[in-house]
Design a protein around this ligand. Structure first.
Ligand code: COA
Ligand code: AMP
Length: 633
């Protein structure tokens, strides 16, 4: 089949408003828009201004009313607990209403924030939908973050309530969540008035009378209560999702209701080639944007079936888990991160586990979250036997900036490229002066404003930070923070970040945030954290520290303390395992630490002596320290 991509992209470019107005017909609106796009509001304009709708109605109620009541909405498969369950759209509606009733009784109303700090259990999705139903705003925080990170988010979002579970289960480890949450609330200045806890059989959380509630009991007590969907403006926030910024303070990415529903619904067929009623599985976590968009919202908005998987690609119990799930639930479209495939490939290089399962229901395997390295893509193509489709996006956009649109007809796959810009995105490769680079030449990747529906209209309570972070450097364009090139066929190649963000096992982390933690150690004078290439996780953080003069404690003890400090302050997800003490850090004459050169040395890449270096001999010391510790080999 010839791809309709070029024609559809052109139709968007010719008339973006007509394109999105057509796509918006797939969403139920309680009030139509006054303008498809209002260029006068917000830092760069707003989509569907004047319109009203409710995201939960679109994701749940209308499917129950429209004949999908008995269709499975959510499949829960938890190899770590041995539990499997199926929740129909009718049952989902009942649970969402009961949860919404409990939240409303605790005072949660339109515009209020609710933090969801949950492992991969269906209650996480139910809580998100219940919050959306009330016209309130959720902020899901990934379970791998430490109390201090959670506290930062509590203070920024100022939630009225928090929904959590008694524990998460990571492989064989049971991690009690409630003590972490209690600690976070005690650190935070803002105090939520209510906490709802899903009590799991593995750990019973201690509830604080007056503030804490047993969520399961509250849901049962409120079964059967009708809680209507509260109409909100299309431009009202549906959620805030915090992501790493260039400083330790996370950025609260705001997603609005209307544009999000329109764009995500558009992607289910056009990008992923899925039909309503089919099973779509994103093996991510609700704490990340992939989990928001493709575990929760897009499949449900579209009337498909989604899977909540509580496990890992390997070790729960073996590298055949993904393929078992695909066989068992007849998954048609599967989305994971390259790092997960690398983990499977390492344990099952010849695909022996794969051969045990019938995965013939699968039509496409989608990859995102980090660069899909050609070796991994080739391995997957050979063993999984379906098109392997890389696509590139960010927390900020909520859906693919570039991809290979299955529904419009696949374009030829080029390994190492997420293919072409999706309708809505006018992507340019530029130099620092905003001059377009020639095809094949590396530059900063920017997107011409306005961004399409679903992309962040701003940061939570931080318009200025939004403009400073994304709009100021390239006037009229959104700065993605990624660098790469476009080839002669218009294919994009995403090669690196232009800021201090590193990508560890598909998780986006700020080295600046880790440096702030290292610098807080009383014995550390200065430090630098870089991302070092890692075979499985893509990158791993590595810290270099210079100790204060007169420190008598031995370096090895301090290094261990630093590793524990990052784990305690940021969380296990930072995967910070190596701190190296050095005498000096390499700097330019103006005092800037040469992190880029340090990274090249650690990755054993070729590097040139920076012309502005203050003392060239420091690099030899760094090289020796790296060699001594066996980094990057
Ligand atoms: N709650 C608490 N802790 C968590 C957690 C969670 N939800 N998720 C991860 N952690 C912990 C892990 O247990 C680990 O702790 P440890 O240092 O005590 O072992 C640490 O955070 C690092 O986790 P991770 O980077 O996931 O490493 P891993 O070795 O446990 O697993 C992979 C490696 C490749 C299997 C795993 O990273 C993976 O499945 N990655 C895919 C990522 C993904 O889907 N990203 C979403 C973008 S699409
Ligand atoms: P996150 O906001 O956590 O989804 O991370 C977004 C960042 O991950 C992007 O800005 C890229 O740096 C990286 N990324 C995501 N998907 C891809 C991809 N397909 N190819 C290359 N990099 C990617």
């Amino acid at each position: 089949m010839t791809s309709r991509y070029a024609e559809v992209y052109q139709s968007w470019k010719t008339d973006p408003e007509a394109f999105w107005a057509e796509a918006a017909k797939a969403v139920d609106w309680s009030k139509p828009w006054d303008q498809v796009f209002d260029p006068t509001s917000g830092p760069y304009g707003r989509w569907f201004a004047g319109a009203e709708m409710n995201t939960c109605h679109n994701a749940v109620d209308r499917h129950v009313a429209g004949g999908r009541a008995e269709q499975t909405a959510i499949i829960y498969d938890s190899p770590v607990t041995g539990v499997k369950a199926k929740i129909t759209y009718a049952e989902l509606l009942s649970r969402v209403q009961a949860t919404a009733a409990a939240l409303a009784d605790a005072g949660v109303a339109k515009g209020d924030r609710v933090i969801v700090y949950m492992p991969m259990v269906p209650e996480a999705l139910v809580a998100m939908l219940a919050v959306a139903r009330l016209g309130a705003i959720h902020s899901v925080v990934f379970g791998g973050f430490a109390p201090r990170e959670l506290a930062t988010r509590i203070d920024d979002a100022k939630p009225k309530a928090i929904v959590t579970a008694s524990c998460g289960i990571e492989g064989k480890k049971v991690l009690p969540y409630k003590p972490l949450l209690d600690e976070a609330i005690s650190i935070a200045t803002h105090k939520p008035t209510a906490v709802f806890v899903t009590q799991r059989p593995q750990v019973e959380a201690v509830l604080q009378p007056g503030r804490d509630h047993d969520l399961g009991a509250a849901v049962e007590a409120n079964r059967g209560r009708a809680v209507p969907c509260v109409a909100v403006k299309a431009t009202d926030p549906l959620y805030i999702l915090y992501t790493s910024g260039t400083t330790g303070a996370p950025k609260g990415v705001v997603r609005d209701n209307g544009g999000h529903a329109v764009a995500l619904t558009w992607t289910m067929f056009n990008h992923y080639g899925i039909q309503p009623g089919e099973v779509f599985w994103a093996a991510s976590d609700v704490g990340w944007v992939v989990g928001h968009s493709y575990i929760c919202y897009a499949p449900l908005l579209y009337g498909a079936t989604t899977i909540v998987f509580e496990g890992k690609p390997v070790g729960t119990p073996d590298p055949g888990t993904f393929w078992r799930i695909i066989e068992e639930y007849k998954v048609a479209g599967f989305f994971t991160a390259p790092t997960a495939l690398r983990a499977i490939k390492k344990e099952d290089p010849n695909g022996e586990f794969l051969k045990k399962y019938d995965i013939s229901s699968l039509r496409n395997l989608f990859l995102a979250g980090e660069r899909a390295d050609p070796d991994t893509v080739k391995w997957a193509e050979e063993h999984v036997g379906v098109p392997v489709i890389d696509h590139w996006w960010q927390t900020e956009t909520g859906w693919a900036i570039a991809g290979n649109p299955v529904g419009l007809g696949l374009l030829p796959v080029k390994h190492g490229s997420p293919t072409v810009p999706m309708p809505g995105y006018d992507v340019r490769i530029v130099d620092d002066g905003l001059h377009e680079m020639k095809r094949g030449e590396m530059g900063s990747i920017v997107i011409k404003l306005p961004l399409p529906p679903s992309c962040l209209p701003t940061l939570w309570n931080a318009d200025k930070r939004f403009e400073d972070s994304y709009l100021i450097d390239f006037p009229g364009y959104y700065k993605t923070g990624d660098a790469g090139f476009m080839d002669d066929d218009g294919y994009l190649f995403i090669m690196a970040r232009t800021d201090d963000i590193i990508n560890v096992a598909g998780h986006r982390l700020s080295t600046g945030g880790m440096e702030e933690v290292l610098a807080s150690h009383p014995d550390v004078a200065e430090c630098a954290v870089i991302g070092v290439h890692d075979e499985m996780k893509g990158q791993m953080p590595c810290g270099f520290v210079v100790l204060k003069a007169g420190v008598t404690k031995d370096a090895e003890t301090i290094e261990k303390e630093l590793v524990s400090l990052v784990r305690a302050k940021i969380g296990a997800v930072a995967a910070f395992k190596v701190a190296i003490t050095v005498d000096r850090l390499p700097k330019t004459r103006s005092g800037k630490i040469l992190r880029g050169t340090m990274q090249k040395i650690a990755d054993h890449e070729s590097w040139n002596m920076p012309a502005t270096i203050d003392d060239a001999s420091v690099l030899a010391e760094i090289e020796a320290a790296i060699r001594e510790r066996g980094i990057g080999v």
